[in-house]
Design a protein around this ligand. Structure first.
Ligand code: PLP
Length: 183
């Protein structure tokens, strides 16, 4: 029988045991977690949009009109005019040909990478890229070649060695573990 207790003890002994904390207020510079006012230094609410009254009102209006669930994937019956409008406006803002919005960073990284590449590709991946990028590469079936963090010389030597006709270089812009940026 699988030794769940032993595995849990091992995780705790290594200081890796994590528990979910309950957030009791909206996300701003501060929030309330487990009854205590806390300064947040780990959220992705970089632009302060979580508590923006214009967005909250737009979301409430959209829920009144369209309800609270998509009722299906976007390929079946869950692709609302609102999705299209958002993507068209974002593409215009970025001066891009098109845009696709995902519900989370994880979904974006596994969706785009596995949508572009397949097992005939080689993907060069910064060693400190977010785990969701690595999952996306694995899902694509492409050959994964890891280069040293932000090291263009190492990347170049690996491209020379492994490049085939279909290659992709994937890097984070801001690396989430250390907070440093792509150079
Ligand atoms: C650089 C980076 N990529 C992807 C993700 C995954 O995003 P999400 O938590 O929205 O799935 C994160 C999350 O912290 C991130 O920091």
């Amino acid at each position: 029988m699988y030794d769940f207790e032993g595995v849990l003890k091992d995780i705790k002994d290594k200081g890796l045991y994590r528990e979910l904390r309950s957030v009791e207020a909206s996300q701003g510079t501060y929030t309330v977690i487990d009854g205590r006012k806390m300064l947040i230094l780990s959220s992705n609410n970089y632009l302060g949009l979580c508590d923006d009254s214009r967005l909250k009102n737009a979301a409430i209006e959209a829920i009144r009109k369209y309800g609270v669930g998509a009722g299906g994937s976007r390929l079946t019956c869950g692709n609302f005019v609102l999705h299209r409008e958002l993507e068209e406006r974002l593409a215009g803002f970025k001066e891009a040909e098109g845009c696709i919005v995902f519900g989370s960073g994880y979904a974006a990284n596994i969706g785009t990478i596995s949508g572009i590449a397949d097992k005939s590709w080689v993907i060069f991946c910064d060693r400190l890229n977010h785990a969701s990028i690595v999952d996306g590469i694995r899902l694509s079936g492409a050959k994964l070649v890891v280069y040293k963090h932000c090291d263009m010389e190492d990347l170049e030597s690996k491209i020379v060695r492994y490049h085939t006709g279909k290659s992709l270089i994937v890097t984070d812009g801001v690396f989430s573990m250390d907070g440093d940026m792509r150079r």
